[in-house]
Write a protein that binds this ligand. Structure first.
Ligand SMILES: C[S@@+](CC[C@H](N)C(=O)[O-])C[C@H]1O[C@@H](n2cnc3c(N)ncnc32)[C@H](O)[C@@H]1O
Length: 247
């Protein structure tokens, strides 16, 4: 099994954008989500995109008027982000997202960790650390947004664990899930067509089985408030607000 960073650097980063399919549809989905949670009415300051990948959230945030600090470990995906965002106000950092606070020179108006990135963290302790750092880094009334997959309550069984992700004339990507108590091992299998031959490459990594109620308790313990909570087709979305101090 690989670490998450190895998995993205050696395997998934190179095919991530192909896997997503139509980038414009993915961008439009995020624009729609940001409209739904009324991000457009948030004062336009600094937004931090944790696990930004190729920029499917960073780009809509820049369009809304934010300056974006985008952080990710995957060199290939950051190169795609860089080439997609010439001259846009996006600062791109290659580092572990847990270190984001050291790159801030002002408090953040908005911090997002979307597209199931949260489950990529290595432990529940790392999730707690992230929530505490985010709470400290936000302006008063600033927002924190998480979207992640619920691998806990809906456990796939037997053949259901084989998930066809995408295929075309030259590639076939399938995912297989193996469940453990606190995490799920994700096996990605890709067939590439080389001439008349199909060549198989595989890689696996761990994702956390995050309990939404546990997460909400950690958020409350960090003096933050969940203002919107939705679960749709196994995708949990939480919009979280930092309170105004009373003094
Ligand atoms: C599922 S992708 C989501 C990317 C993007 N947010 C999107 O929705 O397309 C997860 C991303 O998080 C990054 N990532 C995972 N763990 C990370 C960590 N600890 N620090 C920085 N980046 C991380 C991966 O490299 C990958 O780009």
């Amino acid at each position: 099994m690989n670490t998450t960073q190895e998995h993205y650097d050696r395997f998934l980063g190179a095919i991530y954008s192909w896997m997503i399919g139509d980038v414009n549809i993915a961008l439009e989905r995020n624009r729609h989500f940001f409209r739904q949670i009324e991000i457009d009415s948030v004062p336009k300051g600094l937004a931090v995109d944790l696990g930004c990948g190729s920029g499917l959230q960073s780009i809509p945030l820049v369009e809304l008027g934010f300056s974006v600090l985008a952080i990710d470990t995957c060199v290939g995906l950051l190169a795609e982000l860089r080439s997609n965002t010439h001259n846009l106000p996006i600062e791109i950092i290659q580092d572990n997202l847990l270190n984001f606070a050291k790159y801030l020179n002002q408090p953040a108006q908005l911090i997002i960790c979307m597209g199931d990135t949260l489950t990529h963290l290595e432990s529940l302790a790392a999730v707690q650390t992230l929530i505490k750092s985010a709470s400290q880094a936000l302006v008063e009334e600033g927002l924190l947004v998480f979207t992640f997959r619920d691998y806990l309550s809906a456990e796939l069984e037997k053949e259901q664990r084989f998930i066809p992700v995408r295929s075309d004339d030259s590639k076939i990507l399938t995912c297989f899930l193996e469940y453990y108590q606190d995490f799920v091992v994700v096996y990605d299998l890709i067939y590439h067509k080389e001439g008349t031959q199909w060549k198989l490459s595989t890689s696996s990594y761990r994702k956390l089985r995050l309990d939404k109620n546990w997460l909400i308790q950690q958020i409350k313990d960090s003096k933050l408030t969940v203002v919107q909570e939705t679960v749709e087709k196994g995708l949990v979305s939480l919009v979280i607000k930092k309170s105004k101090s009373l003094s």
